[in-house]
Design a protein around this ligand. Structure first.
Ligand code: LP5
Ligand code: MN
Length: 240
């Protein structure tokens, strides 16, 4: 048995084939997967649980298929789909996790996060994050008609695209001191996150203790994730 972690699929109604890859993974590895963790930015944007399109319907069907194979699904919101709520969680059959979330994989404590809250050097982003996490503003946004929400989300995406093309990549990465502080506070040695689209293992050593930060990849060109085996081995994989 194993646990699978994925993030940053950015499922988009304009690219329906991406949702189908989830089906391929299920056929290949689903039977041995007891838990599937989706660590944010599952959707390109999420403007409310009342949005309807073919991609959303297909995704619900696909996640139900995972569940009927015996996989528990956990979802943590990212910076694109933080408006995803209980209504959709219930339809899709997953549990929504807070960020960060501490759990154990076969006895090994791990901390899970989307990762954006740890990018504290990106002050423009953190200012925006603080604003859009205010409950009153979210309530106001969710009360707008769908066409207007779609329009605003498009504008936000365009602004973000312009910003990320010119901002310093180092400044947009996770801040190491903040990562270590989260890990020490949670009393765990391993952080697993997405968001930066820079997959890899980062090792740190502080106060006579080793820490690992595992970064998941996005699904820009193909499916990626992390497999955590029952015997404690874990590795990043690519689905060709
Ligand atoms: O997402 P990505 O990878 O491109 O970049 C992120 C940061 N950007 C964002 C913004 C999102 O992409 C926008 C998603 C829309 C969600 C759906 C609608 C929800 C509305 C909620 C209202 C309550 O997260 C980017 C980081 C980067 O990661 C790396 O960490 O740098 O941060 C920025 O781009 C900073 C910008 O300053 C963000 C400003 C965008 C909003 C501008 C307002 C436009 C309003 C238009 C109104 C008509
Ligand atoms: Mn993200």
């Amino acid at each position: 048995m194993s646990i699978i972690l994925i993030s940053d699929l950015h499922l988009d109604p304009r690219e329906p084939q991406k949702a189908r890859i989830l089906g391929l993974i299920r056929e290949k590895m689903g039977k041995n997967c007891s838990e599937l963790y989706i660590l944010g930015d599952f959707f390109e944007t999420w403007i409310g649980d009342d949005e309807k399109n073919e991609l959303i319907t297909e995704t619900i069907t696909e996640l139900q298929a995972w569940r009927s194979q015996g996989t528990e699904i956990y979802f943590m919101p990212g910076n694109r789909d933080f408006l995803l709520g209980q209504a959709f969680g219930q339809k899709a059959g997953f549990l929504i996790l807070p960020d960060p979330y501490k759990t154990e994989f076969y006895g090994h404590p791990v901390l899970l996060s989307h990762g954006d809250a740890l990018c504290i050097d990106d002050t423009a982003y953190q200012a925006w994050r603080q604003k859009v996490h205010q409950p009153w503003l979210q309530k106001l946004f969710l009360a707008l008609p769908l066409w207007l929400r779609r329009f605003i989300a498009q504008k936000m995406r365009a602004k973000s695209r312009r910003y990320t093309q010119t901002a310093d990549p180092l400044q947009m990465d996770l801040n190491t001191a903040e990562v270590l502080s989260w890990l020490q506070k949670a009393k765990v040695d391993t952080l697993i996150h997405g968001h930066t689209h820079r997959p890899g293992y980062h090792l740190y050593y502080q106060d006579h203790q080793a820490f690992t930060r595992i970064t998941l990849s996005d699904w820009h060109d193909r499916a990626h994730g992390l497999i955590w085996e029952k015997d404690g081995r874990h590795y990043l994989w690519d689905l060709e």
